[in-house]
Design a protein around this ligand. Structure first.
Ligand code: ADP
Ligand code: ZN
Length: 210
């Protein structure tokens, strides 16, 4: 299964990605997590990305595309993969299509999580993120997944959330039509329990491929 997840910040892509990756036994590739891991390790890539992330802006395509291209050379993608946070604009979607065409590994589906703006703001402002594994959670002091400490991401602060939503509408939402035109789009409502949403996603995907 070769899958892309799309949806506004706070729609639960990261959470659903973990479950879907485990279900299909495919690597979960989150560009946001790769940037955060680099920042934690203090690499030049991490420091470069931080400037944009903290403001809610996209990291420039030149940086992001190279990083993604490199990630897709790892052997673990031969059985499929789940991309979370990439592509985030039409130019990235075109780069991805070209990379995958060259590898003869076209996408099976693009899963869109849809959610109203008010709900997004409420979710993001109460969200905490694990310092060690980056798993998002709400209302906990330790990460439910690995027990690590949790913190509030710089870009989950109120001032930055508004900008991220604008960036989503202006730059990322157009990829939804792009993938609809390619016949790859599947939309799942992102309101409801985590388990129900995962179940809906898996049942919608079972109609596409295995
Ligand atoms: P969320 O889905 O919660 O908005 P992510 O963890 O996916 O957050 O991304 C956080 C930030 O990382 C983005 O706001 C952006 O600055 C940067 N980023 C992640 N993926 C990309 C991408 N494909 N292109 C450009 N910037 C990206
Ligand atoms: Zn953790």
């Amino acid at each position: 299964m070769r899958l892309v997840l799309v949806g506004p910040p706070g729609a639960g892509k990261g959470t659903q990605a973990q479950f879907l990756a485990a279900h299909y036994l495919i690597p979960h590739i989150s560009t946001g997590d790769i940037f955060r891991a680099n920042l934690k390790a203090g690499t030049p890539l991490g420091l470069q990305a931080k400037v944009f992330m903290d403001k809610g802006e996209l990291v420039p395509d030149s940086v992001t595309n190279e990083m993604l291209k490199d990630r897709l050379t790892h052997g673990d993608v031969s059985n499929g993969f789940l991309l979370d946070g990439f592509p985030r604009n039409v130019a990235q979607a075109e780069v991805l299509r070209a990379i995958l065409a060259e590898k003869k590994m076209p996408l099976d589906a693009v899963l869109e999580f849809s959610l109203a703006n008010e709900e997004i703001v409420a979710r993001l402002s109460s969200r905490r993120t694990c310092k060690d594994c980056f798993q998002p959670s709400v209302g906990v002091e330790k990460c439910p997944s690995c027990g690590g400490d949790v913190y509030q991401r710089e870009d989950d602060k109120a001032e930055v959330i508004a900008r991220r939503l604008e960036v989503y509408q202006e730059q990322t939402a157009p990829i939804v039509s792009f993938y609809r035109n390619e016949g790859l789009l599947i939309t799942v409502g992102a309101l409801g329990s985590v388990e129900d949403i995962t179940a809906h996603a898996i049942s919608a995907l079972s109609r596409v491929s295995e």
